[in-house]
Design a binder for this molecule. Structure first.
Ligand code: FAD
Length: 491
């Protein structure tokens, strides 16, 4: 239940005023810091988990285990928007940095902090309302949203495949998946957002209420403008779909890239696809090249739409085309694997097809990865855009990469805590970005956050950066919401 704006907020504010006075002197002692946390604790409905106490060790860890070492001062788990308002006001009064976390999947640890971690994982409600609008708590994961909307009336939103990714983090950075060419990005289905800004006020923003902030939240909203507590989406009816997986022998990988990109250039919007070139996750074997995707329609119609790829040159060595309910398709793409891992990644955005040199560069990179025994799993994934994503003008939302033909996602996934292995993954990602630079635009996907990108602001936001900075300046002039790649208050 949302309670912001009610009388108890005034009571919470009163309790916090005492803490503010004490903390105006700064955290002169541990005892004073503990006292301040006590007062925050008393003001919250949800738990405040502190080091050494039950729940902290688990709650502080993001899904991306690379950032397990970043220890927050405490973890607050708000139960409603009023809790979030109390946290924001407390943090401002005490000058404490906030980290905002929904699904914890940030590639670059942008939801990790040594300040107070605001973990929204208890805000998981998903309610389908009139007109097919879904009101979704900011802590819900994609898997939860998909299953709830399916159960509520065979409806969905277009978003990503991994079920443990947070719907908030993904949508605020754009959010693409296998419905994107038909229905657009997740942020394109957003109709309203509830956000707590730096002054502690909660706002329901939409195309008609604070439209500038709503514009910014659709592509650049991750951790820069405030804490989003709920998202309202337009949903679409879905029923039966057809999934496909085509595999080629590794020796034909460069030609498979050529065939796939030519095929996707004229594919119908109902058909979405990625082409994954990966090394095996265990030693031995050869890299794989597989086109995965989904067709929004019957199996006979999918087979007809896929003819060009199935009978093309080179011919796939194995094909699988399967009719499924949409719910089964989301489980299929989830792949049954959601355990915490270490993950690092980056991306390039291509506006034109890769020529022979570009295709060879991709294949070489995957083969170099395969030759290094420290680098199991991961590789390069081409994700086809176009369709509904490309029909939105570049400046219409903060998400600017509307004219991308496809992205090149560079991914390293591992479990070992060995620094040598981490270093090897980073080195490969750097090398891959460099090697692919001549064949792509200078842009990169903000959802594949990479602290190593020089000039990340332009790479993520291009010509939308100036407007984003002006929205930031208006909404959060003192830069209360910041992380390593948040929108600055000035350029
Ligand atoms: C395994 C895996 C699969 C992925 N698949 C896809 C995919 O198919 N499509 C795609 O587009 N992306 C994909 N991504 C990228 C993913 O969308 C981003 O990493 C996204 O930021 C993760 O969101 P999160 O809530 O899980 O992460 P978090 O680490 O919790 O947050 C990520 C960022 O969003 C901010 N944030 C989170 N919640 C809020 C909030 N409530 N209010 C304000 N700011 C907030 C955080 O501060 C941080 O900056 C994938 C990532 C992984 C690791």
């Amino acid at each position: 239940m949302e309670r912001f704006g009610r009388r108890d907020l005034v009571v919470r504010g009163g309790r916090l005023a005492g803490a503010a006075a004490a903390l105006a002197l700064g955290f002169a002692s541990e005892a004073r810091a503990a006292n301040a946390l006590d007062q925050l604790d008393a003001a919250l409905r949800g738990p405040l988990l502190r080091p050494g106490r039950a729940g902290y060790a688990h709650a502080r860890k993001p899904w991306n285990a690379r950032f397990d070492d970043v220890l927050p001062r405490a973890v607050a788990q708000p139960l409603d928007t009023a809790d979030v308002q109390a946290i924001v006001r407390w943090a401002a009064a005490h000058d404490v940095r906030l980290g905002i976390r929904s699904g914890g999947h940030s590639y670059a640890g942008l939801s990790s902090t040594t300040g107070l971690l605001v973990d929204l994982s208890r805000l998981t409600s998903v309610a389908l309302g009139p007109g097919g609008r879904a009101v979704v708590g900011a802590g819900a994961t994609l898997g939860h949203v998909y299953s709830k909307l399916w159960a509520a009336g065979h409806r969905t939103i277009p978003a990503g495949s991994c079920p443990t990714v947070g719907v908030a983090g993904l949508t605020l950075g754009g959010g693409h998946g296998f419905l994107a060419r038909q229905l657009g990005l997740a942020c394109d289905s957003l109709r309203a957002v509830r956000i707590v800004t730096a002054d502690g006020h909660a706002h329901d923003v939409s195309a008609t209420s604070r439209p500038g902030l709503f514009w910014a939240l659709r592509g650049a909203g991750a951790g820069s403008f405030g804490i989003v507590t709920r998202l309202t989406f337009a949903t679409r009816k879905v029923g039966t779909v057809t999934t496909f997986a085509f595999r080629w022998p590794w020796a034909a990988a460069a030609d498979a890239i050529a065939a796939w990109q030519a095929f996707m250039a004229t594919a119908p919007d109902e058909l979405s696809s990625s082409l994954a070139l990966r090394v095996p996750s265990t030693p031995g074997g050869t890299p794989t090249v597989v086109a995965n995707g989904m067709f929004l329609g019957s199996k006979p119609a999918a087979l007809a739409a896929l003819t060009g790829l199935a009978n093309g040159d080179p011919r796939p060595s194995a094909t699988s085309v399967v009719k499924r309910t949409y719910a089964q398709a989301t489980s299929y793409f989830a792949g049954g694997e959601s355990a915490r891992r270490r993950i690092a990644g980056s991306s390039r955005v291509a506006r034109s097809p890769l020529g022979p040199k570009g295709r060879d560069a991709v294949v070489d990179l995957v083969e170099q990865r395969d030759a290094d025994p420290r680098l199991r799993g991961g590789g390069v994934v081409l994700f086809a855009f176009g369709g509904a994503v490309g029909r939105v003008p570049r400046k219409a939302t903060a998400y600017v990469h509307r004219d991308a033909r496809f992205s090149l996602e560079l991914v390293g996934l591992w479990t070992s805590p060995s620094p040598a292995i981490e270093t090897a993954h980073f080195a490969w990602i750097r090398q891959a970005r460099h090697a692919l630079a001549p064949f792509a635009s200078g842009e990169a996907l903000q959802n594949y956050a990479d602290r190593g990108i020089v000039g990340w602001k332009r790479a993520y936001y291009a010509e939308n950066l100036e407007r984003l900075v002006s929205v930031k300046h208006a909404v959060d002039p003192h830069d209360r919401f910041r992380h390593a790649q948040s929108i600055p208050t000035a350029l």
